[in-house]
Unconditional design. Structure first.
Length: 348
């Protein structure tokens, strides 16, 4: 009996391809001025410690599979279950001493309010002592000597002239505790970090960018290119809508944050927008495939961090990094599905 005996012949070709996909197939991009070569498909680690329906054993297997397939960029945050996701990443890095895995995490705002707003002061969110304290906590959770990329989990450009965040960056870099700093830009506010980038202190941005959310192309990406800032595209599936698996009847358990995000006024139009894409999906591909390939087509993005807990999602998402590009005519059609939204009470 060999590994293919149990596979339906219809699926044989796909399994054979996945079996053959090794780290030589993953594509890598230079991550701005850090000069790191990061896999164009990275790994988002929010859901695996924070969303309901996670299976711990499968999560560990999914992460190991991602490493085997050449994924080297992992995004977590202290706020993902108060350090639990960071601890999972720390264990992954220790299990793979021979591989250079890049660990990115985030400092929660001191007032624990998402998203940032100009109504909150920098002193309420990121005083120097808080930035240092949470970097120490993250170092402990990750069990690392230094954090590769430490990000501000929220940001408001009205804070740019305050000295605390600049002094914290200087101190933590000088002490060797953080190699690079980044900003995770608020949902649907891609321009709300442009001033911070212009200080030259920020090496990377993490921003929502997908078939719907194309606004980062207007101002943020050109500035990142100019300043050689690394770009992480987060929420590539619009929190699940762009996988094509949500329906207008989908519900989430009360303790899952998606129950507060996919409220009817969001879920219903989101499903409508996703369904409008269905006729464009080429045969043999899924909506998730085209969602990733759409982002990969943009050279201004260096890595995408899909949230993944299931091993078959890891396999199919990394499979998207095969270097094959979407046809220009399809890309042009997808571009027309841009959907500009503004922050609301439920958008977080
Ligand atoms: N403020 C911030 O800084 C911030 C906010 C949001 C997200 N993030 C980061 O961005 C990452 C990605 O965002 P996200 O996880 O919120 O949303 P996402 O990547 O847009 O969507 C994740 C969802 O898509 C599903 N999925 C993944 N691959 C799939 C596939 N091939 N087919 C069908 N379904 C698939 C996942 O299922 P399974 O989980 O079951 O595999 C999960 O339910 C996070 O994990 C986090 O690292 C940062």
């Amino acid at each position: 009996m060999n590994m293919f005996d149990s596979i339906n012949p219809r699926d044989f070709q796909e399994h054979l391809y996945l079996y053959c996909l090794t780290d030589k197939d993953m594509q890598y991009r230079r991550f701005g001025k850090t000069n790191w070569q990061v896999s164009d498909i990275g790994y988002g680690m929010w859901g695996l410690a924070g969303w309901t329906g996670s299976d711990e054993a499968e999560i560990e297997r999914s992460l190991d599979k991602a490493v085997d397939m050449g994924c080297n960029f992992y995004d977590t945050a202290w706020a993902y279950a108060a350090g639990k996701s960071e601890q999972i990443l720390g264990r992954l890095v220790k299990r793979n001493p021979a591989k250079r895995l890049y660990a990115a995490t985030k400092i929660p705002p001191m007032n624990f309010k998402w998203p940032a707003s100009s109504a909150y002061s920098l002193t309420e969110c990121y005083p120097l002592s808080h930035i240092v304290e949470y970097t120490e906590k993250s170092l402990k959770n990750l069990n690392l000597e230094a954090i590769d990329l430490q990000q501000f989990h929220v940001w408001d450009d009205s804070w740019v002239d305050h000295d605390d965040w600049k002094l914290a960056i200087e101190k933590l870099k000088k002490e060797g505790k953080v190699l690079h700093f980044g900003i995770s830009v608020n949902r649907w506010e891609p321009d709300n970090a442009l001033l911070a980038l212009q200080t030259g202190l920020i090496d990377a941005v993490q921003v929502i960018y997908n078939i719907f959310d194309q606004a980062p192309e207007d101002n943020l990406f050109p500035l990142c290119s100019l300043l050689d800032v690394g770009v992480i595209a987060r929420v590539p599936f619009d929190e699940g809508t762009l996988t094509g698996t949500l329906t207008k009847e989908t519900t989430f358990p009360k303790d899952d944050w998606r129950s507060t995000y996919f409220v009817p006024e969001n879920l219903i139009p989101s499903v409508d927008h996703a369904e409008a894409l269905r006729p464009l999906i080429p045969s043999g591909m899924t909506m998730a495939d085209i969602a990733l390939k759409f982002i990969l087509a943009n050279p201004e993005v260096h890595t995408i961090i899909p949230g993944m807990r299931k091993i078959h999602h890891v396999e199919s998402n990394i499979f998207a990094s095969d270097g094959a590009v979407l046809e220009k005519s399809l890309l042009a059609k997808l571009k027309k599905h841009r959907w500009d939204r503004v922050p609301t009470s439920w958008s977080q």
